[in-house]
Design a protein around this ligand. Structure first.
Ligand code: NAP
Length: 239
């Protein structure tokens, strides 16, 4: 049977571990060729090897998403070596804590740089090529349940994920008539390094492969509809 994303190219930021790795492996299983971006070389190569085992052609590019020149190189290498771009998964993200009155200003700025500015820059560079592609086309943002609510001591992270939701819904209006899907997936706790070590029950959290399934669902959704927002909460409380 033909795989749903055979002949399609997907780019995933933050593919070295966690949600990004699970998304990469699942899209590889669906038949896509992949460009994988992250800074950790060894871990990124591990993800690439898992995807190649599924039969994908994979470009693993050591990339800091906050560096616009590196993003430009990632897009142009993808076009040159994989022949196009259909799907972008904006997943790279960081978390920082700190109260509004005492937070480390540089840590707060870094969160906005990675979670918001880099995501917008990569989308801007990738979208013209996604618009020009045939077949399934999508930009999928990994936002968060804190795109719609906030918690104390996490102002930069909450602000960044609110921004991602606003940007995602605006982008949908920009490209909807061209048939490109745009979705902000908003998970609660997902069992990854980002939330490990805080005494929460990792086995009760959403698993990274659950989010991967959600990404595939959006990317392969029928032509006439677009799931623009998907909120995923852990079935059972991890507290
Ligand atoms: N885990 C959760 O509970 C949860 C819930 C809702 C939303 N999310 C969101 O899901 C996304 C993935 O998070 P995760 O839980 O999988 O976290 P994770 O395990 O910490 O992975 C984060 C990924 O982002 C990459 N990254 C960070 N800064 C980067 C940079 N400057 N340039 C390139 N890549 C960078 C990391 O790669 P390198 O370090 O190798 O560069 C890594 O691959 C994030 O946007 C996060 O906010 C997570």
């Amino acid at each position: 049977m033909t795989q749903p994303l055979q002949g399609h190219v997907a780019m995933i930021s933050g593919a070295s571990r966690g949600i990004g790795r699970a998304v990469a492996v699942d899209l590889a299983r669906a038949g896509a060729d992949l460009t994988l971006l992250a800074r950790s070389e060894e871990a990124l190569e591990e993800t690439a090897a898992l995807c190649r085992e599924e039969g994908s052609r994979v470009l693993a590019l050591i990339t800091d998403v906050t560096d616009r020149t590196q993003l430009e190189r990632a897009v142009s290498k993808t076009l040159g070596e994989l022949g196009g771009l259909n799907i972008l998964v904006n997943n790279a993200g960081i978390h920082a804590t700190g109260k509004a009155q005492s937070a480390d200003i540089e840590a707060f700025e870094r969160v906005i740089d990675v979670n918001v500015k880099a995501l917008m820059n990569l989308s801007r560079l990738a979208l013209p090529h996604i618009l020009a592609a045939q077949g399934h086309r999508a930009v999928i943002h990994i936002a968060s349940v804190v795109s719609r609510m906030s918690f104390g001591g996490g102002g930069a992270y909450c602000a960044s994920k609110h921004a991602v939701l606003g940007y995602s819904n605006s982008m949908f209006e920009d490209v909807r008539e061209a048939g490109v899907k745009v979705c902000a997936i908003q998970p609660g706790f997902v069992a990854t390094d980002m939330v490990a070590g805080h005494g929460l029950k990792m086995d009760k959290m959403i698993q990274p492969q659950d989010i991967a399934k959600t990404v595939r669902f959006v990317a392969t959704y029928p032509e006439t509809g677009c799931p623009v927002e998907i909120i995923v909460r852990p079935q059972r409380s991890p507290y």
